[in-house]
Design a binder for this molecule. Structure first.
Ligand SMILES: Cc1cc2nc3c(=O)[nH]c(=O)nc-3n(C[C@H](O)[C@H](O)[C@H](O)COP(=O)(O)OP(=O)(O)OC[C@H]3O[C@@H](n4cnc5c(N)ncnc54)[C@H](O)[C@@H]3O)c2cc1C
Length: 327
């Protein structure tokens, strides 16, 4: 394991609650690290419904979920927040001046230390669903790849979720030879993405096979049924995007007096552990209101209490941002 990385406040989960908690703790002048299991921030909004419009986020009427996430991420500009993607928090233990969290990363285990921790894991780490297709292929993937790693390769993208549309377009941009397939005729994505898909198809930049059934993987690609015809599609990489399933199990081993999938939260977002705070869908007080606006409010409260805990010279109350400026 490499040397541990320190922060004043460590936030676990980069959904809306975690992003806003990171904003607020950093806005108070603290060093923040934000851990996210997935390849991108945004939690359920990015993973499950990036293309859908959200109507009840204050100040952002009828806004696609992906744009709500972009706004929350943009609000971190200029602040001392490091976002660690592909980083799944696994263990929590007391450290000399606060807490140590151990996380799994693609490069092995990484420890993080902090005076205060804000938990915002929502429904749990959003992990790609298994491929579950008969047959064998040497390079089957189930999550969004870095498109530049697949330049020059033949890639079969399988799925109708917004991530499939996005992956296909990004892979074409990166110079991969892409076939996109789905069992239904329609794909999901933002209007701009769907227009780009249609245009790319019309211009022969990618092949779209839909509706089609993926029967089996083969060593050289996959076998599909397209309009009743068995069709062999050659592919160096098969990318099967079936959506995401939440996994709370590592965090449920933490001694937080869990009530099912909820962590009891007291005033200020305090949990039963001193210096560990909670916000968002996982907080028991909001179980009937799993809403972005509720999570944002909880995050503001929890992050300011965490900031005070990390640096008692900071008052809990943040004052009005309109009376301050970034230096
Ligand atoms: C289809 C759908 C539509 C919705 N529409 C609306 C709507 O219109 N309006 C509204 O207000 N709400 C809506 N919601 C609910 C809203 O999305 C949630 O209330 C909100 O996402 C909760 O935010 P959160 O930050 O608490 O958790 P999440 O969004 O679940 O984010 C938690 C993040 O933490 C990460 N994580 C979890 N465990 C770990 C770990 N161990 N290590 C590292 N990272 C971890 C996860 O990968 C995830 O990215 C909708 C939900 C769904 C599913």
């Amino acid at each position: 394991m490499t040397a541990s990385l320190h922060a004043d406040v460590l936030v676990i989960g980069a959904g809306p609650a975690g992003l806003h908690a990171a904003f607020y703790a950093a806005w108070r002048g603290l060093r923040v690290r934000l851990l996210e299991a997935r390849s991108e921030p945004g939690g359920q909004l990015s993973a499950l419904y990036p293309d859908k419009r959200v109507y009840d986020v204050p100040g952002l009427p009828a806004t696609p979920a992906a744009q709500v996430v972009q706004a929350l991420v943009r609000q971190l500009d200029g602040l001392d927040v490091t976002l660690h993607l592909h980083t799944s928090a696994r263990d929590l233990r007391r450290a000399e001046h606060g807490w140590q969290v151990t996380a799994d990363t693609p490069h092995g285990t990484q420890a993080f230390t902090a005076a205060a921790v804000v938990l915002a894991p929502g429904l749990g780490a959003l992990r790609p669903r298994d491929a579950r297709v008969p047959g064998e292929h040497a390079d089957v993937r189930t999550d969004l790849p870095d498109p530049t790693t697949l330049t020059g390769r033949r890639v079969l993208v399988v799925g109708g979720v917004p991530q499939a549309t996005r992956a296909a377009l990004e892979l074409v941009q990166a110079g991969a030879a892409v076939t996109l397939t789905h069992r239904r005729v329609g794909f999901r994505g933002s209007p701009a993405e769907l227009a780009a898909l249609e245009q790319g198809q019309a211009q022969g930049q990618l092949q779209v096979l839909a509706p089609a059934t993926l029967n089996a993987l083969t060593p050289g690609g996959a076998q599909l049924t397209v309009q009743g015809e068995l069709t062999a599609v050659p592919a160096d990489t098969v990318l099967i995007l079936n959506g995401y399933l939440p996994d709370l199990t590592p965090l449920q081993a933490w001694p937080l007096n869990w009530q099912g999938e909820y962590i009891p939260d007291g005033p200020g977002g305090h949990t039963s552990l001193e210096g560990v705070f909670v916000a968002g869908d996982v907080a028991q007080s909001a179980q009937a209101f799993k809403l972005i606006s509720v999570g944002l409010a909880q995050a503001a409260v929890a992050a300011n209490h965490a900031a005070h805990h990390a640096n008692p010279e900071l008052r809990v109350r943040p004052g009005h941002s309109s009376e301050k400026r970034l230096s």
